[in-house]
Ligand binder design. Structure first.
Ligand code: SF4
Length: 410
C-alpha cells in the first residue's frame, strides 16, 4: 500500500460467485462492462470481450434479446476469458435459454419481467444450475405500479421496494444467489437508493449510474455516484455506463478502484503538474504522449511528468519514476533521486524504458543501475534549477507584478 494510504471500511455482504469471480464478502471489488455488438455475432463479440478483459474488466455482460443471441452465448461462453452475464429484458424465455447456453450470471430487470410465475421459473432454473442473478432495478424502467404508488415519481424508496419484491419471489423458490443494483441517471437519487438498499439487505451490490452519457461529463457523473458509495463502504462490483467505446468503461472502472486503493495497480498511474510560467516544455503535450505510450502496457507504477526541475522532482518525490524538464533536456528521477539526463525528445521513451526496468527488477536495482550517472544527473539538475530561477526569478508567473498593476489601476 502507498504511504499514507487510508482504507475505507467495507460493509460485509454475502458472497456469490460469477464464474470464478467472487463478489461480496470482502472479495476485491470487480469491474464490469458490456458489449455493444450483436451477441449473435460470435467473433465480433468475442473480440470485444477480449478488449474489455485487456482493459481491466473482470466480468462482461452481453445482451440476450433474441433466440440467436442465446445461441451466440452458447458459442461465446466457452471461449471467453472472463465470466459472461446475460442481460435479459421482457422475455423470460431468453433467460432460460441463456442458462442453457451456460452463462455465469443473469441480469433481470424487475420493471419489465413482472409475472411472478415467470420470475420464479427463472429463479428455479438458476437455482438448479447454481447460477446467480442480478436484480437490476432501473429508475427509467420502474414497475408502473410502483411508479403510481410513489406518486408518479421515481424515488429511492420505490427502487428499493422493487428490489425487495423481486427478492421475495426468489426466496419463494429458495433462491439466494443474488446481487442487486438500483441504478438511475440522476446521481443523488442513485446514491440514496443504494444507501437505503444497503441498510435492508446483505446481498452484494452492483453500483452504477445508468445512462451517464458521453465523456467527459459521463465519467464525472458515474464517478460522483460510484465513488461516493465506495467511500461509504457500499458496493461490491461496479460498472461505468458511458456513451463511448466500452473499453473506456472498463478502464475507468479500474482507474477508480486503483485510485481508491481498492484494487492492485495494473497500469501506469500517470501524474503530471498543471504547468505554469516556469515550465520548460509543453507539459500537456508530453503528458499526452506519455499517456499514449503507457496506455496498453501493464506497468503498475506511478509515473510523473513535470514541467520544470525547480519544483518537479520534489513535488513528485513519491512517484516511482518521473521526468522534469530542464534546459532542452529531461531530468529523470526515481523516487525523487535524480538518475539521468536525456535529450528533450527522448523524455517519454526514457520513461517507458525505465518503467519496464523497474517493473521487472525493482527500484533498488534501478538506482543501482544508475549509480555511475547519479552524481552528474544531480549536478545537471542543480544547474538547470539555478538557471531557471535566475532567468524567471522566484515569481515565474509574475503574479506580484500583476497585483501591483491592479493596485495602480484602482
Ligand atoms: S513549478 Fe514546475 S512543476 Fe510546478 S507547475 Fe510549474 S512547471 Fe510544473
Amino acid at each position: 500500500m502507498e504511504a499514507g494510504a487510508v482504507m475505507f471500511p467495507r460493509k460485509q455482504t454475502k458472497q456469490i460467485m460469477v464464474g470464478d469471480v467472487p463478489i461480496g464478502g470482502g472479495a476485491p471489488i470487480s469491474v464490469q462492462s458490456m458489449t455493444i455488438t450483436k451477441t449473435a455475432d460470435v467473433d465480433g463479440t468475442l473480440q470485444q470481450i477480449y478488449s474489455l478483459a485487456g482493459a481491466g474488466a473482470d466480468i462482461v455482460r452481453c445482451t440476450c434479446n433474441e433466440p440467436e443471441a442465446a445461441e451466440g452465448l452458447a458459442r461465446i461462453v466457452p471461449r471467453s476469458p472472463v465470466p459472461i452475464v446475460a442481460d435479459i429484458h421482457h422475455q423470460y424465455l431468453r433467460a432460460l435459454e441463456a442458462l442453457e447456453a451456460g452463462v455465469h450470471c443473469l441480469r433481470l430487470n424487475p420493471g419489465n419481467i413482472r409475472k411472478p410465475e415467470h420470475i420464479k421459473a427463472v429463479a428455479q432454473e438458476a437455482k438448479n444450475r447454481g447460477v446467480p442473478i442480478r436484480i437490476g432495478v432501473n429508475g427509467g424502467s420502474l414497475d408502473p405500479e410502483l411508479y403510481r404508488k410513489y406518486g408518479g415519481r421515481v424515488t429511492p424508496e420505490a427502487m428499493v421496494e422493487s428490489a425487495l419484491q423481486e427478492i421475495a419471489y426468489f426466496h419463494e423458490v429458495d433462491f439466494d444467489l443474488i446481487k442487486i443494483s438500483v441504478k438511475a441517471s440522476n446521481v443523488p437519487l442513485m446514491i440514496e437508493a443504494y444507501r437505503q438498499l444497503s441498510e435492508v439487505t446483505d446481498y452484494p451490490l452492483h453500483l452504477g449510474v445508468t445512462e451517464a452519457g458521453p465523456p467527459p461529463a459521463g465519467i464525472v457523473k458515474a464517478t460522483a455516484g460510484i465513488a461516493t458509495l465506495l467511500a461509504e463502504g457500499i458496493g461490491d462490483t461496479i460498472r461505468y455506463s458511458l456513451t463511448s467505446d466500452p473499453v473506456d468503461e472498463a478502464r475507468m472502472g479500474r482507474v477508480l478502484l486503483e485510485s481508491f486503493g481498492l484494487r492492485e495497480r495494473k497500469n501506469v498511474d500517470l501524474i503530471a503538474c498543471p504547468s505554469c510560467g516556469r515550465a520548460e516544455i509543453d507539459v500537456y503535450a508530453v503528458a499526452q504522449e506519455a499517456q499514449d505510450a503507457f496506455a496498453d502496457r501493464e506497468l503498475p507504477l506511478q509515473v510523473a511528468v513535470m514541467g520544470c526541475v525547480v519544483n518537479g522532482p520534489g513535488e513528485a518525490r513519491d512517484a516511482d519514476l518521473g521526468i522534469a524538464a530542464g534546459n532542452k533536456r529531461g531530468h529523470l528521477f526515481i523516487k525523487g533521486t535524480n538518475v539521468a539526463v536525456v535529450p528533450e525528445d527522448e523524455m517519454v521513451s526514457t520513461l517507458v524504458e525505465w518503467a519496464e526496468f523497474i517493473t521487472e527488477h525493482g527500484t533498488d536495482a534501478a538506482l543501482e543501475r544508475a549509480k555511475s550517472t547519479r552524481d552528474a544527473a544531480r549536478k545537471a539538475a542543480d544547474e538547470d534549477r539555478r538557471r531557471n530561477l535566475r532567468e524567471l526569478g522566484e515569481d515565474a508567473n509574475a503574479s506580484e507584478q500583476v497585483v501591483e498593476l491592479m493596485r495602480k489601476n484602482r
